[in-house]
Structure formats: C-alpha cells, structure tokens
Design a protein around this ligand. Structure first.
Ligand SMILES: NC(=O)c1ccc[n+]([C@@H]2O[C@H](COP(=O)([O-])OP(=O)(O)OC[C@H]3O[C@@H](n4cnc5c(N)ncnc54)[C@H](O)[C@@H]3O)[C@@H](O)[C@H]2O)c1
Length: 372
C-alpha cells in the first residue's frame, strides 16, 4: 500500500524508516535549479545520481541507469522530477528486481509479479510537475525502437509519493499548462472509463473539482495555495487512472505528440473535446456494460464537477479553457497523408477502455477536426 506524504521536510524520516544507506537518485536536468534540492542534499545518506536520459526516455537510457544501479549496489531509489524521471526510476527498479533483467522491458510487455524473494528496493517519488500522477501509478512509459511502450507492473508503484508543491514555482508556464491539462484529462477519462470503480470515480471527482476551482489562480497568478491544490489534484488523477486506465483521448494523443511534437498533456487535451462531442452524439455505440443511461449520468456528473450543466456545455467550457491558455490545435501541412497516419496509429487495445466504440472511419473524422 502506497504512502502519500506531504512536505519535503519528511524525506529524512522516510529514509530512516526504510533503513536507506545508499540512495540511487533519478533526476532530470531541472534538479540543480529546484528549490527543494538543498533539503534533499542535506539528508544523511550516500547519494548516487543518474540523469543521463531525456524527456520521453528511451530503453537505452534506462539500461544505462540499470548498469549504474547494479555497479553502485544502492539500497533504495528516489525519483525527483516529472513523469519522465519517475518512469525511468520505475523501469530501473523493475529490471533490477526481475529475473529476466533488462529483457523484462522488451516488448511484448506482460504484466507479471517480478519481486525476487528476499530482495526489495524501497522507492520514493517526488513529482516536480503536477500532471502525470506517475508517482501514484503502476505504469511506466518509455520508447523502445521508436515506439511508445507502457510497462505495467504492481512492483513499480512507488512505496512513497512525497508531494511538495513549492517545487512547482520553477516550472515554466507552458509546462504548467500541459501537465495540468494531462491531470484534468486523466480525471475526466478515468471517470468515464469502462474500468471505473467507485474508488476510481471518487479520485477522479476530486481531481476534476480541484482543477476546476484552482486552475486560473495556478496558471495565471502563480498562487501557492492553488499550486498545492493542483498538485493534489494531479495525484488524485494518477490514483484514478491507476485503477481505471485512460481512454481514447490518451490513445489518440500519442501520434499527435510524435508527429507535431506537442507535449503529452497538450496533445491529449486537443483530442478530448472532439471525442466527448462524438460520444455525446452517439450514445447508441456505448460499449460500457453499465449501459447508455449510466454513461449519460456519468457525463452529467463530470459536468457538475466542471461547474456546467450537461456534456455540450462542458465541451464548450473545455474548449474555452484551451483558448484562454493559448493552447492551439496542431496545424497540418499535408492533411490527407497525416490523417491516414494518425487514424492507423491508434492502439485498438487502448480503445477498449473507451465507453463508446470508435471505429477507424470515426477516428479519421475525429483527427480531421483535431488538426487545423
Ligand atoms: N507513468 C505514468 O503513469 C504516466 C502518466 C502520464 C504521463 N506519463 C509520461 O510522463 C512524461 C511526461 O512527464 P511530465 O509532463 O511530467 O514532464 P517531464 O518529466 O518530461 O519534464 C518536462 C520538462 O520539465 C522540466 N521540469 C520538470 N519539473 C520542473 C520544475 N519543477 N521546474 C523546472 N523545470 C522542471 C524537466 O526538466 C523537463 O525538461 C511522458 O513521457 C508521459 O508519457 C507517465
């Protein structure tokens, strides 16, 4: 069971509780400038740092981290960073513990129990963006031979998620927008996912409500209290998708990211309103076994949390929010060719979580409205 702890001042206590002597730190290039760095450095354990990877990490990057961990014989892992750092740390932990070693990260990835008897590596994650919720999920994203791979394994869920919102004060504005939109989309998608449970819907509701209440103050006023609430919201969204998984907006976003170089959260957010509009207009294609009426109720509940009445008003609100933050849709240069690539890119397995069936021609039409 993961422990969620607030405040960087708790790090020393956590390290003592887990009996850490030599800490393997996975950090990104922002680490030297973070306002929590001194408090991390002051903890009384030996530290080995690994930062030789880029955002959207590659399998080869992760392998370098695995080698360093094994050579240094560390006894715990601390990830400090956005989703990329946390995901690298997760992959390192998995490969170090797995009997198959690095091969456990090579597709096809099969979810399996990897903990080796008698050996454990306590894992702490300190998110420095408020969006991915990776500190509270059992997924890790990395690229293998150019394709995005999601490693899913209960063994990679951090034992501790340590939330310190003051770290968000150095996050560039565009990154703040992208990561917050990722959290909002996770909350909405999790809520309507066919895998949702009462627990996941509770987390999703909290995420959507907190973002609705605090997003403007967080984005436009740099307000500390708002940052604290958005960090919490992102964590709730992570806990929600850890149960339900994400749906079509995430599935459709990946090719947008690689084709138009839009960061993850921005790419997901340009997809979500178009998908929601299609689903609202076509409840007859509902594939959630709980039925069409259930889905309409869910759309109404999501709308209520967004402060609107009904799906169409929510879709308008979402589009206005994107405009207010100046988050444009991608611009096409070769529409026909790009649409064919986009429509054929979507992983059908991921679409199964979506409550309304999306066929290939529907995906094509949706992308046609997303790219401008
Ligand atoms: N595992 C999961 O459950 C999950 C969920 C969603 C997304 N992801 C993955 O997470 C990745 C995206 O993560 P992200 O959006 O958090 O960004 P990121 O980790 O890729 O970081 C983006 C940039 O922001 C900088 N940065 C981070 N925190 C900073 C701070 N406080 N101050 C200044 N600069 C800072 C980093 O150095 C980096 O240059 C993608 O690979 C995505 O696929 C994973």
């Amino acid at each position: 069971m993961q422990k969620i702890i607030q405040g960087i001042d708790k790090l020393q206590d956590i390290l003592e509780t887990i009996g850490c002597r030599k800490l393997f730190m996975v950090i990104d290039s922002s680490y030297p400038f973070l306002n929590i760095k001194d408090q991390i450095e002051q903890t009384s354990v030996t530290k080995v740092c690994f930062s030789d990877f880029s955002p959207n990490p590659l399998f080869e990057d992760v392998c370098k981290g695995i080698d360093l961990f094994n050579v240094q014989e560390c006894d715990a892992i601390l990830a400090v960073g956005g989703g990329s750092s946390i995901d690298v740390a997760k992959c390192i932990k998995l490969a170090v513990l797995a009997r198959e070693g690095n091969d456990v990260l090579i597709p096809p990835l099969v979810s399996k129990q990897v903990e080796i008897e008698g050996k454990r590596i306590p894992f702490i994650a300190i998110p420095t963006t408020a969006g991915t919720g990776s500190e509270s999920t059992h997924n890790a994203v990395m690229y293998y031979q150019g394709s995005k791979q999601t490693v899913t394994n209960d063994g990679v869920l951090p034992d501790y998620a340590l939330l310190e919102p003051k770290v968000l004060s150095t996050l560039p504005l565009y990154q703040k927008k992208c990561t917050m939109l990722d959290a909002l989309c996770q909350g909405i998608e999790s809520w309507w996912s066919v895998n949702s449970t009462d627990e996941s819907k509770g987390y999703a509701k909290k995420a959507v409500e907190l973002i609705t209440k605090y997003w403007r103050k967080y984005i436009f006023n740099n307000d500390a209290d708002a940052a604290s609430n958005i960090m919490l919201a992102a964590n709730y969204a992570g806990r929600a998708i850890n149960i339900s998984a994400t749906t079509a907006a995430h599935a459709m976003s990946y090719k947008i990211t690689s084709m138009y170089k839009l960061p993850h959260g921005h790419a997901v957010a340009v997809c979500l309103p178009e998908i929601w509009e299609y689903m609202t207009a076509h409840p007859e294609h509902c594939i959630d076994p709980r039925g069409q009426e259930y889905l309409t109720d869910i759309f109404n509940l999501i709308s209520k949390s967004l402060g609107t009445v009904g799906a169409y008003e929510s879709i308008t609100l979402f589009r206005n929010m994107m405009k207010e933050m100046n988050m444009p849709n991608p611009i096409t240069t070769d529409r026909q060719h790009e649409l064919e690539l986009l429509a054929s890119s979507v992983n059908p397995v991921r679409l199964k979580n979506n409550p309304v069936q999306l066929t290939q021609p529907v995906l094509y039409n949706l992308y046609n409205t997303i790219i401008k």
